[in-house]
Design a protein around this ligand. Structure first.
Ligand code: SAM
Length: 182
């Protein structure tokens, strides 16, 4: 398993999701068993939870406020070219070819909450494949042209296990900072 994985939502997601407007549409990408989908739906948001694993989705398919979507993000075209979300959450998943699709799928003032492992994590365990590890500043490099970065952290965490991670919270378009309480 991976950083913050399990029934408890990531502290980054709980912190950043306070920025969401009530009843936001949220995409939980590569949602796994849905710890964030559950958390966000419990806060009144309208969650689309996507994963390639039917087993993972079966654990949340009957949950109120969650629409499940079985889809393999690494095969075929980006599935949301006609759709926008008020927020997109990605944790413990990296597939570089779709990062710009994710950015472009945010509605105006939409919020990206992204947290995953970075290079150096191989010293602590898996993932150790560089394809799954962010390079230094990579979340900033991938987002700063189209999004305004509100929060960013990179470094070692100890809970639930020692890992190196990078995490960002960024908002699309010309956000009014007076609307944002950090
Ligand atoms: C490490 S888990 C993270 C789950 C969740 N985001 C969390 O942090 O609790 C990675 C998830 O990505 C999903 N996944 C891996 N490759 C995928 C793909 N190509 N398309 C969609 N989901 C994928 C897996 O099925 C798994 O549920």
């Amino acid at each position: 398993m991976s950083v913050n994985e399990g029934p408890t939502p990531s502290v980054w997601v709980t912190r950043c999701s306070r920025l969401l407007r009530p009843s936001s549409t949220v995409l939980d990408l590569a949602c796994g068993s849905g710890r964030h989908a559950h958390y966000l739906a419990s806060r009144g948001h309208d969650v689309t939870a996507l994963d390639k694993s039917p087993e993972a989705l079966s654990k949340i398919s009957s949950s109120i406020g969650i629409h499940t979507y079985q889809f393999d993000l690494e095969v075929g075209a980006w599935p949301f070219s006609e759709r926008k979300f008020d927020a997109i959450v990605v944790t413990n998943y990296l597939y570089r070819p779709i990062i710009q699709n994710i950015v472009n799928t945010l509605s105006p003032s939409g919020i990206l909450i992204y947290e995953t492992f970075m290079v150096g994590n191989e010293r602590f365990g898996r993932p150790s494949n560089p394809d799954f590890l962010l390079r230094p500043n990579e979340l900033i490099d991938e987002t700063h042209e189209k999004l305004q970065i509100l929060l960013y952290e990179a470094g070692r965490v100890s809970d639930p296990k020692p890992s190196l991670i990078q995490r960002i919270c960024a908002v699309s378009g010309d956000a009014d900072y007076s609307d944002i309480t950090i």
